[in-house]
Design a protein around this ligand. Structure first.
Ligand code: CP
Length: 363
């Protein structure tokens, strides 16, 4: 079964195909209006959403299909203690494809192991958000015409901002892409993203002052400080206003800078910037519908053709390490084995297969 749990499951060629299909949908929407007639998308949202859930639902309706699901965990049998894989098995009986958002990292992956239909990760905790990345890639492609030779600034909550993680991983596969990581020390990128930048020798730097980098950026990707992921309210309060983009801060920016944001915004982009021609975030969310239409078509076709992704030949160990990430599925649901994969033979580095937290030697 072909799912989409991690953006790197799509090759760059497949991303190009999805973008081409999305462009064709934008140009010829009527020719797609019957493509999913008789098919059902289940949107299983255990965490709040406006854009992702509604754009998935709009996408399926515009393909001629139907939608069922829930928008809150409390309206599902998860509230009675049902495990995620039983929910996935159940919904497999009623729908053809699932888009799942969950606050627990690795939950959509666990669901995919028992599902008879494709599962799309619509955001798992502070880990990944591959379909936001598809949205971001379509936006970058439309704005810049390329994914190569770009300097991308990512600003704000780079630690818990799942869209940041998936976007860096996706963009790290293109030529001469440089990253400027703008955050306080407490909110820098997690080690599994850092490892990719370092192991692939991708040019990147860490800075604290947004204005220091402004003049060199082709894309500025602003993010919200993710209040819901903090251990304490005090820590959130201390960091919540770390970056606020104002017109004044753009004075050294390039004329063709693309200002992006996955949204929702709190206060990190001043509303006066909304009318600046460089602001792309409202276009970005519209594009989300078209690229999700392309993805639904791709995964349903893959299911029809019996397509599978070949498992990578990766060494794993069971129940040797215990994941220390409090947001990992292994620490939130009974009966899930601790499985770690070897990611670096030289340093004997293992990571949790569900949330990518590093295995600690003393475990
Ligand atoms: N970008 C994004 O995931 O937005 P929602 O939380 O509104 O779905």
């Amino acid at each position: 079964m072909r799912h989409l749990i991690d953006i790197l499951e799509l090759t760059t060629g497949e991303i190009e195909e999805l973008i081409n299909v999305a462009e064709d949908i934008i140009g010829n929407p009527k020719s797609y209006s019957e493509k999913c007639r008789g098919k059902k998308l289940a949107t299983l949202f255990f965490e709040p959403s406006t854009r992702t859930r509604l754009s998935f639902e709009a996408a399926m309706y515009e393909l001629g299909g139907n939608v069922l699901g829930f928008s809150e965990a409390k309206n599902s049998s998860a509230a009675k203690g049902e495990c995620i894989s039983d929910t996935a098995r159940t919904v497999s009986c009623y729908a053809d494809i699932i888009a799942m958002r969950h606050p627990v990292e690795g939950a959509p992956y666990v669901a995919s192991l028992k599902s008879d239909i494709p599962i799309i990760n619509a955001g798992d905790g502070g880990h990944n958000h591959p379909t936001q990345t598809l949205t971001d890639l379509l936006t970058i492609h439309r704005e810049k015409g390329t994914f190569e030779n770009l300097t991308i600034g990512l600003c704000g909550d780079l630690k818990y901002g799942r869209t940041v993680h998936s976007l860096i991983l996706a963009m790290s596969r293109y030529k001469n892409v440089k990253f400027v990581l703008i955050s306080p020390d407490e909110l820098t990128i997690p080690s599994y993203v850092k490892d990719v930048l370092e192991s692939k020798n991708i040019e990147h730097k860490y800075i604290k002052d947004l204005e220091d980098a402004m003049g060199e950026l082709d894309v500025l990707y602003m993010t919200r400080v993710q209040r819901e992921r903090f251990k304490t309210e005090e820590e959130y309060e201390r960091l919540k206003n770390c970056y606020i983009l104002t017109v004044d801060k753009l004075k050294n920016a390039k004329d063709d800078l693309s200002i992006m944001h996955p949204l929702p915004r709190v206060n990190e982009i001043s509303h006066e910037i909304d009318d600046d021609k460089r602001a792309c975030y409202f276009k970005q969310m519209l594009y989300g519908k078209y690229i999700r239409m392309a993805l639904i078509l791709k995964l349903l076709e893959a299911k029809e053709n019996g397509e599978v992704i070949k498992e990578k030949d990766v060494k794993t160990v069971k129940n040797v390490y215990k994941c220390k990430n409090r947001r990992c599925i292994t620490n939130n649901e009974e009966g899930i084995e601790n499985i770690f994969k070897l990611v670096d033979e030289k340093t004997d580095l293992y990571r949790c297969i569900y949330c990518e937290a590093r295995a600690k030697k003393d475990q």
